[in-house]
Design a protein around this ligand. Structure first.
Ligand code: SF4
Length: 486
């Protein structure tokens, strides 16, 4: 119940924050439109024979690649680990967040490292790496611009791809100004110039670079990083040691599979044909090479993933974290990411977080959904998120986790709606029954406001029409009598 109350409070807070709602809606809708245009362009290119496939064809191939990888994950993990070792890297296996954090800490201790620089990694957010290392007295600095902003604000990412989606330029200028010790202008050029100058020094003095991985290619042991800012490249080329944290599902079997994935990922995430940087890292620095780490560690993280593998939710592990489901979701667009309270927000978070961390602890997440299916439609892997959300809700009901009042109310609705006489009576008297909550607009139309108890959510943030004085079945019967209904 405490979790439910906290979730409701987060939602209330988000709905009451007009800055946040404006910033999230603007960016999410913008990304949604860019994705749409990019996919239309891809289809046109494919029709001219200039692309390796149109959206639907590539989506089918991407699904095939990822589902095949999951079906043979043990073999591909072994192949990837063997290749990484062959290339000169060190492979670690972490069963959970605690083990992963401990491995990072031990690598730092062995090297006497105190300063870390990190490129964007949702897995590091999932295991709360920064908090863990800071508690041990280490300094870890985010180098992705959005992540740097939220690190300064002591917040968590509000979006998988755009972590500071909820921040306005004024707010960012205030955060940077506090570091600079003087006021900064709010234009994008000045703000990025400040971040660049500040972070450059951090790159040059870091003992360890930490990254995530968009993909790991099993046949070559190659780590792939997709970025737009070049921070991934600096993180993996300047510090003498690199640690890559990767969810164990992030494999693709062959290098050529990247062609399919990379045709979909940037277009789905930001509407770009290709991101500014695409790094493929195969082993640490070799003799004679001018840059790159002398030591490379790859940590494969389970943290609940093996429980999803082989279950009816396995398809969720094909996710490539593009964020398209967030941008298309009407609930996310209203709330932003923090209302979800989990590392992964939006539709993917509503499914993945309960599966990784326990349904009962995260029982409110599957409720943050209108079941419109836009997430599935826009997902480059075609993951049936809306169907999994219904299944998770079903599991909660089966475990007796729904509100007892709601259970009784739904039983009553079922009783009334399956008995024509009772239904007619309820529909006919609904207008009278809701009279205390009915308000009238200037144009004479009526709406419900301040509904009590379990119905409160229906009128908390939207307008609900009042039940008609004469229900539809009465009006239909009248029309038929008059010969007007066809
Ligand atoms: S579920 Fe699909 S749309 Fe959402 S982040 Fe994952 S790949 Fe992208």
């Amino acid at each position: 119940m405490a979790a439910r109350a906290e979730a409701l409070e987060r939602v209330r807070k988000a709905l009451g924050d007009q800055h946040l709602r404006g910033a999230v809606r603007y960016t999410a809708e913008n990304l949604y439109m860019k994705r749409k245009a990019a996919m239309a362009d891809l289809d046109a290119q494919a029709a001219r024979g200039d692309a390796i496939g149109n959206f639907e064809e590539l989506r089918a191939r991407a699904r095939e690649i990822k589902l095949h990888t999951l079906a043979h994950l043990d073999g591909y993990l072994k192949q990837a680990a063997d290749q990484i070792r062959k290339n000169g890297g060190v492979v670690h296996w972490a069963r959970d967040a605690e083990e992963a954090n401990q491995i990072v800490l031990e690598i730092c201790r062995k090297r006497g490292a105190r300063k870390l620089i990190k490129s964007k990694s949702m897995v590091s957010e999932e295991i709360h790496l920064n908090q863990h290392l800071e508690a041990e007295g280490l300094e870890i600095v985010e180098s992705d611009l959005g992540e740097y902003i939220i690190q300064l604000a002591h917040e968590t990412p509000a979006h998988i791809v755009i972590p500071a989606i909820h921040k306005t330029r004024r707010q960012i200028a205030d955060l940077f100004g506090a570091v600079a010790g003087h006021e900064l202008p709010t234009d994008t050029k000045s703000l990025t110039a400040f971040a660049r100058a500040t972070l450059r020094h951090k790159f040059m003095t870091a003992d360890v670079g930490v990254t995530g991985a968009n993909f790991v290619v099993a046949e070559t042991g190659t780590i792939c990083l997709v970025t737009n800012e070049g921070n991934g490249r600096l993180t993996t080329s300047v510090p003498p040691c690199q640690i890559t944290l990767v969810g164990m599902e992030k494999l693709v079997p062959r290098l050529e599979d990247l062609a399919v994935m990379m045709a979909l990922l940037p277009r789905s995430a930001t509407g770009q044909k290709i991101t500014t940087y695409f790094n493929m890292i195969t082993g640490p620095r070799r003799p004679g090479e001018p840059d790159g780490p002398e030591e490379l560690h790859v940590i494969f993280l389970d943290n609940g993933r093996s429980q999803i593998l082989g279950s009816r939710y396995e398809e969720v592990l094909t996710c490539i974290r593009c964020g398209a489901c967030l941008n298309s979701c009407p609930v996310y667009r209203q709330l932003g990411g923090h209302a979800y309270g989990s590392t992964y927000p939006g539709p993917i978070g509503s499914v993945l977080t309960p599966l990784l961390q326990g349904l009962e602890e995260w029982e409110e997440l599957p409720q943050l959904c209108s079941l419109c299916g836009a997430c599935h439609e826009n997902c480059p892997l075609g993951i049936h998120l809306h169907e999994y959300i219904i299944q998770l809700r079903g599991e909660l009901v089966a475990r007796g986790r729904e509100n007892p009042l709601m259970r009784t109310a739904l039983k009553l609705v079922h009783f009334a709606w399956t008995r024509p006489g009772v239904y007619r009576f309820v529909a006919g008297s609904a207008h009278l029954g809701t009279k205390p909550f009915t308000r009238k607009r200037k144009d004479g139309s009526e709406y419900l406001d301040n509904l009590p108890s379990i119905a409160a959510g229906w009128t908390m943030s939207r307008t609900m029409p009042a039940p008609a004085r004469r229900p539809f079945h009465q009006r239909w019967a009248e029309l038929e009598r008059q010969g007007g209904a066809k």
